[in-house]
Design a protein around this ligand. Structure first.
Ligand SMILES: Nc1ncnc2c1ncn2[C@@H]1O[C@H](COP(=O)(O)OP(=O)(O)O)[C@@H](O)[C@H]1O
Ligand SMILES: [Mg+2]
Length: 349
């Protein structure tokens, strides 16, 4: 029986979310088909193998009953890696690079797609090149902000009207993001974003509805239903995402015209291919409330994966169960791995 290693926790600010997602994923895998090996990464980056009950994941108590392990043990204890880690060092291509080096097949996007999707500026540049509509933005370097903040502020004000959103290019979970409505707030927002990354993106704020779709596949990706997030907060900030479940409602399928849903699904698959995604990803869009125009916001390569998360719910709407979804993700990971191995064998001949 193949041993599927579920990697969870991690060093990012999204450690807790990962615990919830990983417990749900591990609970849904068909144990008649796969053996599950749980591998936790603590907040300070220690790797530990955990064999206890999944109930010990959400509250962090798994840590005290887990055995320390070395990264080099990984290929000896698992056959396939399924990273359920969010944010930096999990979703950004770094751990995917480690799996490549260890020769392990794994679930989800590869190194390049993971890194591109995590970096908002790089993803936007490719969306623009591919003609996938995305909102206007300016790139700011932390170094320029430090040396000449006034000229940075003037440049932004020349290019973009308020409201703007200020974000670190390479983060997730709304950490370091501010909604800015006037000059007085702009500098503080830029400085906050600069704490997280040297590249900062300032985007035109869209008065929008937020919709998402779930994509699955390698060469021929398919999109599931489109769902809407009705956030309780002013924007879908960290609190609204993970703490205030009662106030954030997911509407599945989204109450939007059928042509708009079709446009979103088609754009999602194009964006997925443009960033070289494989396995699965959740693709997020804005719909301008006034004009109805659709903009891509971002692709999340390891989206939230609890039973209440958008990604599995959008597939459930299409008749794919949580367990089947994970099986598809594992199969797609193997498909990519074997295709790559075959290419290398042919080249060596
Ligand atoms: N350009 C924008 N216009 C309107 N709302 C935005 C814009 N950018 C971000 N937001 C709001 O901020 C939230 C977080 O931004 P996002 O770019 O998705 O960051 P993260 O990677 O942290 O999820 C979005 O879900 C949305 O509510
Ligand atoms: Mg987002």
């Amino acid at each position: 029986m193949k041993r599927i290693g579920i990697l969870f926790g991690g060093k990012s600010g999204e450690h807790e979310v990962s615990l919830l997602s990983a417990a749900a994923v591990a609970g849904a895998i068909d144990r008649n088909k796969y053996e599950v090996v749980m591998i936790g990464i603590t907040r300070d980056g220690c790797w530990k193998r955990f064999s206890g009950s999944l109930e010990a994941l959400p509250d962090g108590s798994w840590e005290k009953d887990a055995e320390e392990m070395q990264i080099s043990d990984l290929p000896h204890i698992i056959d396939f890696a399924l990273p359920i880690l969010h944010g930096p060092y999990g979703e950004d291509g770094t751990i995917q690079g480690l799996f490549e080096m260890l020769g392990l097949p794994y679930g989800g996007c590869g190194v390049l797609a993971s890194a591109l999707c995590m970096d908002k500026v790089s993803a936007k540049k490719i969306f623009e090149m591919e003609g996938i509509p995305t909102c206007r933005y300016e790139l700011v370097y932390a170094e320029d902000l430090q040396s000449d903040p006034q000229s940075v502020v003037s440049r932004i004000e020349e290019c973009l009207p308020y409201t703007v959103f200020v974000k670190p290019s390479n983060m997730g979970s709304s950490v370091g993001i501010s909604k800015v409505t006037c000059r007085e707030e702009l500098l503080a927002a830029l400085q906050l974003a600069a704490c997280y990354d040297r590249r900062i993106i300032v985007e035109e704020g869209i008065d929008c509805r937020e919709v998402e779709t779930a994509v699955l596949g390698n060469h021929r990706p398919e999109a599931a239903a489109v769902g809407e997030i009705v956030a309780s907060a002013d924007f879908y900030d960290y609190r609204a995402k993970y703490t205030d479940d009662a106030g954030t409602v997911l509407s599945i399928p989204a109450n939007i015209p059928a042509e708009t849903a079709e446009e979103i699904r088609e754009l999602a698959c194009r964006a997925y291919k443009a960033l070289d995604c494989s396995g699965y990803a959740r693709t997020d869009f804005f719909i301008d409330k006034k004009t109805g125009k659709v903009y891509i916001n971002e692709i999340n390569t390891i989206p939230g994966f609890t039973k209440y998360s958008m990604f599995p719910l959008l597939w459930k709407e299409k008749g794919v169960s949580f367990g089947d979804l994970i099986e598809r993700i594992v199969d797609l990971g193997y498909e990519r791995y074997y295709a790559e191995n075959n290419r290398q064998t042919v080249l060596r001949r």
